[in-house]
Design a protein around this ligand. Sequence first.
Ligand SMILES: Cc1ncc(COP(=O)(O)O)c(C=O)c1O
Length: 397
Amino acid sequence: MKIAKRVLGIQPSMTLAVSAKAKAMKAAGIDVVGFGAGEPDFKTPDHVCQAAVKAIRDGHHGYIVPSSGLADLKKAVAEYLKRRCGLAYEAAQVLIGCGGKHTLYEAFVATLEPGDEAVLPAPYWVSYPEMIRLAGARDVIIHAGADQGFKITPRQLASAVTPRTRVVVINSPSNPTGAVYTRAELAALADVIAGKDIWVFSDEIYNELVYDGIDTCSFAALRPELTAQTVTFGGASKSWAMTGWRIGWAAGPADLIKAMGNLQDQSTSNPTSISQYAAIAAVTGPQEPLAAMKAEFDRRRLYMFERLNAMPGVRCIRPQGAFYAFPDVSATYERVLGRAVQGPKSAAWSEKVLEQAKVAVVPGGAFGDDACVRLSFATSMQQIEKGLDRLEKFLNG
Ligand SMILES: Cc1ncc(COP(=O)(O)O)c(C=O)c1O
């Protein structure tokens, strides 16, 4: 029987091969240190869990109408975006979706058509290219390597934009690199595209995890006129340790948000009612658990950054956001892999490190940069020390 081409074309996740192998090794009793996590290793704050329990007890078991989210949560998110990011969205300009991932998917589907182009800076989060292709459009990749801090320049952006460009993706803080664009850098990118018939998808899901006191801001907060062409994406997953609850949001011009809501009406219906009540508590309640989590991530980040740079052939720029380090390990490829390796080297390198050092990292090829690998510091300090000791020994051996 036939399977549609657009789905057959979805790339199998390169990250899955390593994580599946790491899982199998763990199941076989092998002590693997995992740096693959894309989620906080903290528990959802207690007051958030209590709000979910209350929602169950209060009988919030039915469909939510409209399916684009509870009015109280939309209002809470709009207020949060104003308070934290200086963004002036009305509740009607907010869509609550089943995770940030699904709101992004809806946005690509709602804006792109066959023949359109979406400009995507690399290294990129793994799902963007697939979402763009599923929407029938073409991804136009701009590569920004470690030498430019993994950030694209206005000149690169200008040369990637064509009359077919409908969307430009900006993800700051970035997964996988931890790079954060400063306010000035964002403003320079905005100068290239402001006023053009091009959407800016600003994925700010890691907005609460910015370190070093870096001066950054939400893209749409740079200048009032940018609000009309920007969609700001966020969610509960990373900031409040709520990855499994599946609550994300998009805020933008009301017509697009309504179109995405229609799509949601006919695809998922509402995100889980109980999770939405929990998310209200997360966004409006005490923020101390978030601050404690961030302080711990910061401590681990600095430790990991120092240790990686002390390893032979490893060069790591200091991540300034999220919970990932993205070191360039390409200077060790020949030593670790020999000369004959075909295909993506970061995948072969990661496999070897997993087999021999019992450390799981994610190959950078999955994010569009085969010189690097991604290590998450969303794991305990004890595991980080142990894993980095092993990696150091392996690279010194
Ligand atoms: C850059 C980026 N955007 C969006 C998401 C989506 O997160 P969620 O669907 O859990 O809200 C992730 C998750 O890993 C991410 O790293």
